[in-house]
Structures are given as structure tokens and as C-alpha cells.
Design a protein. Structure first.
Ligand code: PLP
Length: 374
């Protein structure tokens, strides 16, 4: 707290969700303590990595695990690893010309700002389909996308909708066809937690690797990510990663973050997901009951949340002309304790996912004061 005072940066109550622009999630005291302890001693990084990788693989029911500096870095190094697998050598021994011929298959419905990393890597993206319902990709069409240069298929699951549009072939068929071509399927599931069973759902279905963000619902350090998957692919990972002088050196994960994500995943596996989901439902019910349609704004239940996570949140309904979601967003932001919300597609949302009980009450009280103004 004092560091933010010293710097004059205001702290926020997070009513938006696991948005990276405000720091994603908060680490537990245990995780912070693990990071502190890790910082106090020197260790051989490779030894620490290997121990933590084995434990993470065990906990998440996977053959292998790696820690990266976020999910985007995870996708980047994993695709580099797919290239290494194809050429059977570390990326730094593969010429730029050879890398530029490598092809990664991706549905247009799955293109997103996070895949820009692949352009940096220099591979060719082979796009197929359209980001809508008009002409969904068929098995036959998907099969045509493969060539002798294909190194991977990158896939974004849209578990409950979220922001991924329709138009892609389903993951099961993608895996079946990719396996016939002996091409690894890499799943970007950065925000697809909960449920924690997604740690193994995609890889059990046959994906070679799945990438998660450590700083979203897992509540690990914001600068971490997980790559979970098959040994046959991830055995090629370390030659490209820190502490070797591979491209992964740009995405260094220190011993503190390694300890932090290990501790956070351990806690995540013990978390009672049903109780957490019910807690969010309770917040939603309480807010709905506290505001009536006669007031300038009221609330309704919205599901799933912005990332497609199976957690309920509140959608604000404006009942009075002239009142805009942006006005309420500004009012909330200027409260004595600044409240951060998101306006999406013209509606303001309150997401209880990262709110403490005390913050839940504070925000409701502030909203009840604000609603009287209009
Ligand atoms: C959040 C997100 C990422 C980036 O995760 P970081 O851990 O911040 O790198 C990548 N892909 C998707 C689909 C995401 O939602």
C-alpha cells in the first residue's frame, strides 16, 4: 500500500474481472510468502525449473509442464517448440528462411491480438473459415489446410461463448485430423479457468499443449503462464527457453515467479469451485434485490462472463433516459476508494470474481448513493 502512496498511484477495487490492464488478479498471502522465500536464496535455476515442472505436471494431470512469462509468451515458445520438433533441433540452429516457410494453421474466428507474437517468430499463418456462422469450417476444408510445411495448429476454445465467435471446426475433429497429419495442436486457453478440469480436458482430448495465464483466475504472479501437455512435444521446449540462450531468454521467469506459480496452482487445485461459483451467485442475487426497476438503474444476472468463464456477473440495466453507463463508470471511479468497472457493448458490468466480501458491500453502498443522484 505504501509503495502506491509514495508513487501517487491510486489503488482500485476490481469489479471488472481478470483484466491484465489492472493487474489481473491478486496473489494469496501464501503465494507472496513463497516468492519472498525464493528471493532470499540462490539456487540452480535448471534444478528448480525441473522440480517445479514435475510437480505442476502431476498436479494438473499432465505428462509435462513448463512455466512461461504469461500465456502469450507460452504460445510463442510452444510454437517455436513445434518448429524445433519438426527440424529436431533448437530454434537458433534453424535458418530464418526455414522458419519463414513454417506454417501454423489457425481459424479466422480465432485470430486475436495475442497471436501477433507468431508474426514476430516469423512463421506463416494459414487462415481458414470466417468469424461467423455463415459457412463453418468442415473436416474436409480443414484437411486441405495442411502442407509439408505445417508445424502446428493453434486453437482457441470458446467454452461458453465469451468473445470467441463461431465459425471454427470443433476441437475434437481438429485433433483427429491433425493427428492423422502428425501435427501438434496447441490450445490457447489463457482465460479458460475455471473449471480447473480444463488443466487436463484439452490434453486428454488429444491436444499436444495447452497454454494458460498464471495471472488470471489462478492468482499466480501476473508475469507467469503455464504450458501443459505431452512429453513428446515439450521435451523440445527447454532448448529454446531460459536459462539457455534461446528465444525464451527474452521471456525470463525468475525463481520468485517459479515459486509463486507453483504455490498458486497448488492452492488452485484445493479450491472449492462450487462454493466460489455459489458465492458469486449470492453477490449477484443481493445486488439484484437491492435495486428496483423504478430506480435510474438496476441489475440482472449475466452468464458466462467476458472471458467465457462459468461465473455469473451483474449487467446494469439503465432505466432512465439520459443516464449512460459511462456516467456511472465515472461516478464509481471517483468514489473515495476508486472502483474499476468495464463497459462492454454499451453495458456496464460488475464481476464479483476478484471482489472481497468487504469490497462487495462497499461497492453496493456506493451504487445506492449514486443511483439517488439521477
Ligand atoms: C489473457 C489472454 C492471453 C494473454 O495472457 P498473458 O498471461 O497476459 O500473456 C492470451 N490469450 C488469450 C485468449 C487470453 O485471454
Amino acid at each position: 500500500m505504501d509503495i502506491y502512496k509514495e508513487l501517487g498511484v491510486k489503488t482500485l477495487i476490481n469489479c471488472a474481472g481478470t483484466y491484465t490492464i489492472i493487474g489481473g488478479s491478486k496473489m494469496s498471502e501464501n503465494t507472496l510468502e513463497a516468492m519472498n522465500q525464493a528471493a532470499r536464496y540462490h539456487v540452480v535455476i535448471k534444478d528448480l525449473q525441473q522440480k517445479i515442472y514435475v510437480e505442476l505436471a502431476k498436479m494438473t494431470h499432465n505428462e509435462a509442464a513448463r512455466v512461461t512469462a504469461g500465456a502469450m509468451a507460452g504460445v510463442y515458445i510452444t510454437i517455436a517448440t513445434c518448429i524445433s520438433k519438426k527440424f529436431n533441433k533448437p530454434l537458433r540452429y534453424i535458418s530464418k528462411e526455414d522458419i519463414s516457410k513454417c506454417e501454423v494453421i489457425i481459424h479466422r474466428a480465432h485470430r486475436n491480438p495475442y497471436d501477433r507474437g507468431l508474426e514476430t517468430l516469423g512463421v506463416k499463418l494459414v487462415e481458414l473459415g470466417y468469424p461467423n456462422n455463415i459457412n463453418p469450417v468442415t473436416e474436409e476444408e480443414f484437411g486441405y489446410a495442411f502442407s509439408e510445411h505445417t508445424v502446428a495448429v493453434l486453437y482457441l476454445p470458446s467454452c461458453n461463448g465469451g468473445w470467441v465467435p463461431p465459425g471454427a471446426l470443433d476441437l475434437g475433429s481438429v485433433i483427429k485430423i491433425s493427428q492423422k497429419h502428425d501435427v501438434p495442436v496447441v490450445v490457447d486457453a489463457a482465460a479458460q479457468l475455471p473449471p480447473k478440469s480444463n488443466f487436463w480436458n484439452f490434453t486428454e482430448a488429444g491436444a499436444s499443449a495447452v497454454c494458460f495465464s498464471g495471472g488470471k483466475d489462478i492468482r499466480g504472479p501476473q508475469t507467469t503462464g503455464l504450458v501443459l501437455g505431452k512429453k513428446s512435444l515439450l521435451d523440445y521446449f527447454d532448448a529454446n527457453n531460459f536459462p539457455v540462450y534461446g528465444i525464451g531468454r527474452m521471456y525470463k521467469v525468475g525463481r520468485e515467479e517459479l515459486a509463486g506459480i507453483y504455490c498458486a496452482v497448488k492452492e488452485y487445485m484445493e479450491k472449492d469451485e462450487d462454493a466460489f461459483r455459489e458465492r458469486c451467485e449470492k453477490v449477484v442475487r443481493t445486488y439484484i434485490a437491492s435495486f428496483s426497476k423504478k430506480m435510474a438503474f438496476s441489475f440482472e444476472r449475466s452468464w458466462p462472463n467476458e472471458a467465457g468463464q462459468s461465473i455469473a456477473r451483474l449487467k446494469m440495466i439503465i432505466n432512465k433516459e439520459g443516464v449512460t453507463p459511462e456516467m456511472i463508470k465515472n461516478d464509481l471511479s471517483s468514489c473515495e476508494r476508486s472502483i474499476f468497472t468495464m463497459v462492454e457493448n454499451g453495458s456496464l458490468y460488475i464481476n464479483p470474481q476478484m471482489m472481497s466480501d468487504e469490497e462487495t458491500d462497499y461497492v453496493k453502498d456506493q451504487l445506492l448513493l449514486i443511483v439517488k443522484k439521477y
